[in-house]
Design a protein around this ligand. Structure first.
Ligand code: P6F
Ligand code: MG
Ligand code: MG
Ligand code: MG
Length: 407
């Protein structure tokens, strides 16, 4: 009896699949035949599920999830977002060109000791930092990719004195701000580094065309005004982590998604969907070398973290010296990162426009919080391109707890 049923199910399947493949349009089938076809395929799927269950010991729920063999790369993901109306075609191109710059940087970083790309460049940027060779080269790579994609109007970078308008022949509308290599002090020791970027639309108030009589100063001023937008105006932001894996993490205002570079074929593959930061975490990341320079309220907060908690253990301290690394860990494990003001540096040492704002946007998109101690980072409108700001960023409950200490 059992054998007979199995045979007839097999025959049904063979018969109808032959029938289907010989027919130009299955929609022309009489209704009852189409129903039979569906039943037969459904019973096949059920049988396959049972076989998988037995083989893998998995539950029904697991089988209904995405298969481990389903691969989605960044390009396909971006095109799907475009199709869904979440971004326009121009932004897709800008994001794709940034991912290309990141791949190039990742490759240079990996070979830096071999191809003589470690060490100082011998120049100083406008903020007084000694530039590494790769600070300068990565900046060039970002600029080239953004220029040649033809969709960028103005770029502002940690390594450029002032924002730069893209030449007319190439230019588009988007404004891109970036830190080409974050944590560049880590390059020579092969430790974690990253790239950070944020994308704005054109600032409505700055759409006044520069006529032929505009002076260079007027043009520069227009660029500065255009890029100095609060983080709340960001259309997209992300970072690329260069570590034991290369991870391109992105938000277009609808959650946070991360794509890991598969070096065997050079594609960013979707590996972390809709990242949600844990509400609480057990890790704090502050440069405690500055402890004596902090204000008393902050010292009390740090002392509190060092006391045993409900589990009998204090928080763990972790500090890599690269904002991208700290934020990546925090998005996955939770916790808090701080780069506060201190007696020697009244605004801390991170830059609002191309470090703090894009990271705050990502962390908020993942359900976290970011503040300068008084106000939300995303609400601060920069006055200057390289303006610095104190920042506390991370799991929502951890940031709220800190705020009660600072109040
Ligand atoms: O990497 C950083 C500096 O960025 P940069 O390399 O200049 O792009 C930051 O993320 C560091 O974490 C931070 O500046 C370290 O500050 P200190 O610990 O030295 O105060
Ligand atoms: Mg720097
Ligand atoms: Mg940086
Ligand atoms: Mg940098």
């Amino acid at each position: 009896m059992v054998a007979a049923t199995a045979t007839s199910s097999y025959q049904n399947h063979t018969f109808f699949s032959n029938f289907l493949s010989s027919s130009p349009n299955s929609n022309l089938f009489p209704l009852h035949l189409r129903c039979l076809k569906r039943q037969s395929l459904t019973s096949d799927v059920t049988a396959a599920r049972i076989r998988c269950k037995a083989a893998l010991g998995s539950t029904e729920t697991k089988l209904q999830k995405k298969s481990q063999y389903d691969i989605e790369n960044l390009t396909i993901w971006l095109l799907k977002q475009e199709q869904a109306g979440n971004i326009d075609a121009e932004l897709t191109i800008v994001l794709s060109s940034i991912s290309l710059a990141c791949k190039q940087i990742a490759s240079l970083l990996q070979r830096s000791s071999i191809i003589n790309l470690t060490g100082a460049h011998g120049t100083i940027n406008i903020q007084g930092e000694d530039q590494k060779k790769l600070d300068v080269i990565s900046n060039e790579l970002f600029c080239n990719c953004l220029r040649s994609c033809g969709r960028t109007g103005i770029i502002a970078s940690e390594e450029e004195d002032v924002p730069v308008a893209v030449e007319e022949t190439y230019s588009g509308n988007y404004i891109v701000v970036f830190d080409p290599i974050d944590g560049s002090a880590n390059i020579d020791t092969s430790l974690t580094t990253g790239s950070i970027f944020g994308i704005y639309g054109p600032d409505e108030q700055c759409l006044v065309d520069i006529d032929d009589n505009s002076t260079l100063d007027q043009e520069k001023q227009k660029c500065v005004t255009s890029v100095c937008q609060p983080g709340s105006n960001l259309l997209a932001a992300g970072y690329c982590l260069y570590s034991s894996s290369v991870v391109f993490t992105l938000s277009i205002g609808k959650g946070v998604f991360a794509f890991t570079l598969d070096p065997s074929h050079g594609e960013f593959v979707l590996t972390h969907e809709n990242i949600e930061i844990p509400k609480l975490g057990k890790i704090y990341s502050f440069n405690e070398g500055n402890y004596d320079l902090w204000d008393e309220k902050l010292k009390k907060y740090l002392s509190h973290l060092r006391l045993p908690g409900s589990n009998g253990k204090p928080y763990s301290g972790r500090y890599i010296g690269c904002l991208v690394g700290e934020i990546h860990r925090m998005l996955l494990y939770g916790g808090i990162y701080g780069n506060p003001k201190n007696k020697n540096s009244k605004n801390g040492n991170l830059r609002l426009l191309y470090e703090c704002a894009p990271m705050s946007y990502l962390v908020e998109q993942a359900g976290g919080k970011a503040t300068d101690g008084h106000q939300r980072i995303l609400d601060i409108k920069p006055e200057e391109v390289h303006q610095r700001t104190p920042i506390f960023i991370g799991s929502p409950d951890e940031v709220e707890k800190l705020q009660t200490f600072l109040a």
